[in-house]
Design a protein around this ligand. Structure first.
Ligand SMILES: [Zn+2]
Length: 168
């Protein structure tokens, strides 16, 4: 079945599966595997189809709150948005001033989040999303580490988003 480009109407789209870096979620290191990408040979337009977005974002959030090092600025922003909170409401929930949230989230020399606020944010997200296995794993968090983990590859298997396990 051929689908004509919705943008230029000049040519049928060519479909293929690609691994794509998913930056729209706000995290720089998420790779989605075997994603349907349809490309127009005439105008070069790309149409990317990402299935089950809500579930994907829940898995991304879970992956962030289980990471072993301190939360980075972009991760704090991502988790705040996952909670559906604007900066002001988030500041109130975290018992900090609005300026503190901006200092955590800024791209330009962000302030390191304190261990207690880091933990509170993880728990807020965990509580909101009912991660049953969260509390056992939080003991493994090394709050002294600010090292960022390697990229995570997410893929759909049996109709659900899963984190791809790296070969040992
Ligand atoms: Zn086109």
């Amino acid at each position: 079945m051929e689908i004509i480009c919705m943008d230029c109407g000049q040519a049928p789209l060519k479909a293929q599966k690609e691994n794509i870096r998913y930056l729209e979620g706000g995290l720089p290191n998420v790779i989605l595997k075997d994603i349907l990408v349809e490309t127009c040979p005439a105008c070069g337009m790309r149409f990317v189809t990402i299935p089950r977005m809500a579930e994907l974002h829940r898995l991304m959030a879970k992956n962030v709150i289980l990471k072993p090092g301190r939360l980075a600025n972009y991760e704090i922003t991502f988790l705040r948005k996952t909670l559906g909170l604007d900066k002001k409401t988030f500041a109130a929930k975290m018992h900090v001033r609005l300026e503190q949230v901006s200092k955590w989230e800024t791209r330009n020399a962000p302030a390191t989040i304190s261990p207690s606020h880091d933990l509170a944010l993880r728990l807020l997200v965990a509580q909101g999303q009912r991660f049953e296995d969260y509390f056992g794993e939080v003991d493994a968090v090394d709050f002294r580490s600010t090292k960022q983990p390697p990229p995570v590859t997410l893929t759909v298997r049996d109709n659900h988003w899963i984190k791809e396990q790296l070969a040992a």
